[in-house]
Design a protein around this ligand. Sequence first.
Ligand code: PAF
Length: 326
Amino acid sequence: RTALNTAIAGLAGAALASTSVSAQAAQTVTVGHTTSDNSHYSVGVDAFKKTLEELSGGEFTVEEHPSGALGGERAMIEGLQIGTIDTVITSTGPLGNFVPETYVLDLPFLFADYDQARCVLDGEIGQDLLDQIGNNNLVGLAWTENGFRHLTNSKRDVKTPEDAAGLKIRTMENQMHMAAFKEMDVHPTPMAFPELFTALQQGTVDGQENPVSVILTSNLWEVQDHMSLTGHVYSPAIMLASPVLWDSLSDEEKGWFKQAAQAGAEATRAEVSRLETAGVKELKEKGLTVIEDIDKSQFQDAVEPSYSVYTDQYGSEMLERIRNSE
Ligand code: PAF
C-alpha cells in the first residue's frame, strides 16, 4: 500500500464516518397540535423548526403533525407523559386536568388585553406556573398563544347574555369555562376539538367559541352563521415536551429547545395579532355575520359568580397576583 493510497483510504473513511455520525445524530422531534397547517400554531412550528435545526446544526429535525393527527389536546398531553409524543402545542383548556394551578388562566375576563396576558405569562407568574407544570410529569418549554375567544353559532345574532341563553355550545374540557357558560344559561357541551366540525355540521351543538385564527383556519365559518366578538376569555397556549425526551437531552440541547420554543411563541403571537383584524374581515367576506358592538360588561357581570368554582378550590392568591399585575 502506497502512502497516497493510505491517505486516500483515510480520507474516505473519515468522510464515511462523518456521514454516519450526522445520520445517526439527526433525531426527529415530533410536534403535535390540533389546528390546521395554516394556523397560528403552525406558524409557530415553522419558527420552532427553523430555530432548533439551526441551533443544533442539524442534530435535530422537526416533524409537524397538525389537525389533531395525534389526537385531541387532552390525549396528546397524556401521550407526552408516557413518551409516545415528543412535543405538543396546546391551549391551556385541558391542562388544568393535569396541573390544576393553571386553571386560574382560564377564568373569564381575567386579562384586559393581549399586552397584559403576554406580560404575565412572560414574567414571574408565568415562570411559577411553568415550574408547577414541571412538577407534574410534563415539561413547559414556553408560553405561546391561542387568543381571545369569541362566540359563534348557527341560530341567531348574540349581542347580550340573554341572547345566548338556551344555546348548546361546545366548550373545551375545562371546568372554569363550563361554569362560566352555565351562569349564562348556555348548555356547555365539552368535546375534543377534532370532533367539533362534524358536531356543528350535524347540529349536535349550535355553536362554539374560539379565537379568530381558529374559526378562520379550521373552516368553522362553513358551519356557523353568527359570530359575536365577546372576547370572553383569553386562551393561553403552551409548548410542552415529554419528560422522556427531556431526560435524554444534555443541558446545551435543552437550551436549544427552549430558545426554539420561544421563537415559535413569538411567531404565533404575531400571527394572532395580525388575524385579530385581518381575520375578522376575511370571515365577513366568507359570509359570517359579525357582531362587533358588544357590551362586554354585561357578559362579565353574568359570568362573575363562576369565579367561586376556582376560588373555593384554590383560593385567591394567584388571582390577586394576576389582577395586581395590571
Ligand atoms: O377549542 C379548542 O379546543 C382550542 O382552542 C383549539 C382549537 C384546540 C386550539 O388550542
